[in-house]
Design a protein around this ligand. Structure first.
Ligand code: OAD
Length: 241
């Protein structure tokens, strides 16, 4: 079985991480233009860091849920597997199934990694541990002295071409018997494009989401349930066939 799984914020919702566009989503109360754009960072880097540090804290205190675990199980048993996640949290990487975790080559964090800090001018980057974070501080690049920024993709920015390349390579190597799209509003064209292009003519496109999305009309199976309930059952069914 060759599989592609695409996830979004809904998969981490049951771990207590807010989504972006849902009822209690970040973008209901906060203006993305003030927090998640290069212009916002240029205007007020301290405010932007404050928001990302709050989110990091919440993620550190959260635990992976059965949806993350089920995806690790699928990865361990499928012949070929890639997870493309829009989530910047590390819950997919921390999740375990049968004592195993997802290896880095099986996951593409297409919108970046919230625990990375990278220079806004040069290529320098690092993973930040809790103890390295100073409240109210905007870190500076040890190489060039420019301000460091969170290692995530902001509105108006390009995706990392190396990450696009990893997804495209996977698609080029063969079509998928199973494509699962879980917990995302599929708001971006590239997410819809990858989901549709990955599926083999006879393959399944399975959407796991309590609410409809632009992909719903193309899905061969719709599971209108929370991912933490739906994915463990779905993965067991797929592995039994
Ligand atoms: P959204 O907040 O747009 O969508 C979350 C989706 O999860 C919605 O379709 C919900 O119906 C669904 N959902 C909520 N709870 C769920 C649950 N328990 N199980 C399954 N589904 C559930 O989040 P994303 O689609 O991930 O980008 O958003 C995409 C990108 O937009 C994010 O990566 C972020 C944001 O702006 C950047 O920061 C670049």
């Amino acid at each position: 079985m060759r599989t592609l799984v695409i996830t979004g914020a809904g998969v981490s919702a049951e771990s207590g991480i807010p989504t972006f566009r849902g009822k209690d989503g970040y973008w209901r109360n906060l203006d993305p233009a003030k927090l998640a754009t290069p212009e916002a960072f240029a205007n007020d880097p301290k405010l932007v860091w404050e928001w990302y540090r709050e989110r990091r804290e919440r993620i550190r205190n959260a635990q992976p849920n059965p949806a993350h675990q089920a995806i690790v199980k699928l990865a361990a048993h499928a012949d070929e597997f890639l997870l493309v996640t829009q989530n910047v949290d590390d819950l997919h990487l921390r999740a375990e199934s049968e004592g195993q975790r997802l290896s880095r080559e099986k996951i593409v964090q297409i919108h970046g990694d919230i625990f990375e800090a990278r220079c806004s001018r040069c290529d320098w980057s690092r993973q930040e541990q809790e103890e390295e974070e100073e409240e109210g501080n905007v870190p500076q690049c040890p190489e060039c002295g420019e301000l460091m920024r969170p290692g995530v993709v902001w509105f108006g920015e390009q995706l990392d071409p190396r990450k696009i390349g990893r997804v495209e390579n996977y698609l080029a190597r063969g079509l998928c018997d199973v494509v699962i799209v879980a917990g995302t509003t599929a708001a971006f064209g590239y997410i819809i494009d990858w989901a549709l292009r990955a599926r083999d003519q006879d393959g399944q496109l399975i959407e796991v989401n309590p609410d409809p999305t632009p992909l719903s009309g193309f899905a061969t199976h719709l599971i209108r349930e929370p991912a933490g309930r739906a994915l463990p059952q779905l993965v067991d069914e797929l592995l039994a066939t």
